[in-house]
Design a protein around this ligand. Sequence first.
Ligand SMILES: [Zn+2]
Length: 311
Amino acid sequence: MPSFKTLRGDIASFHDALKDSKRVLALCGAGLSASSGLPTFRGAGGLWRTHDAVSLATPGAFEADPGLVWQFYGYRRHMALQAQPNPAHHALAELARRMPGFQCLTQNVDGLSQRAEHPRAQLQLLHGTLFDLICANKRGCRYSRVDDFTDPVTPALAVPTSGADPTTNEAREVAQDLDISDINVPLPGLSPEDLPRCPKCKKNLLRPGVVWFGEQLPVKVLDNIEEYLDEEEKIDLILVIGTSAKVYPAAGYVGRARDHGARVAVINMDENDVPAGGWKEGDWFFQGDAAEIIPALLKPTIGEVAVPARV
Ligand SMILES: [Zn+2]
């Protein structure tokens, strides 16, 4: 028996609707990756060392102390690479391969959809990704390197480990990553020479290709979404996965998809997460873990989800 709850509609009627669908949109947030077990640094207590994580995610913070901001992002890249894509990432990737009219909009920067081999033309990264490296002089130089999963980005950004003896056979004495989000773990200050430099202009540092507070969302991504929403053919379904979708532009996409004929399916842990504009007749609401719900919802179209063994 599934451990998720069906609060609106039922799974059989969703399966019927999916079977007849050609154009499906998914809008994804943190809940998609929840069971992959990543630290999110959101909300109250979202501290990294003594810093409010939000205060590190600005162009001003990078200008003031690029070493500190890179240590924060080096840590987040490292943690994201320790995590594995979950069955929901794999199921959405498989749906993309089988349904050319499927588009996945994600607010996640963790690279897990890319590592589940979600076709890139069907993945719109609204907030960028930890794994693109771009020139800090964004407008002038425009250098970017896509899907760079190198860890660490430079030797100085390696996450330190406990100094366990590598010759021991005791598994529990294997060196462990130190938790550098804890202020009690010492971290050296870094200078610009320790950080990755732009290979094109050679003048500026590289920075993570995420959208920082106060920055515009990526124009190309917004254009791709507009183009999809403006197509004449109706949108059959919009899946709202692990996001409250209350912040624009994401909030607007639910209404736009509805106006274009879409029925709405919400997949969320929080039963109070009502989509922008409220519930309408024919909506579905499945409450629980996306990693369990998404494969169950998509099964008639994609079959059993194969999750590759960890390597
Ligand atoms: Zn540059």
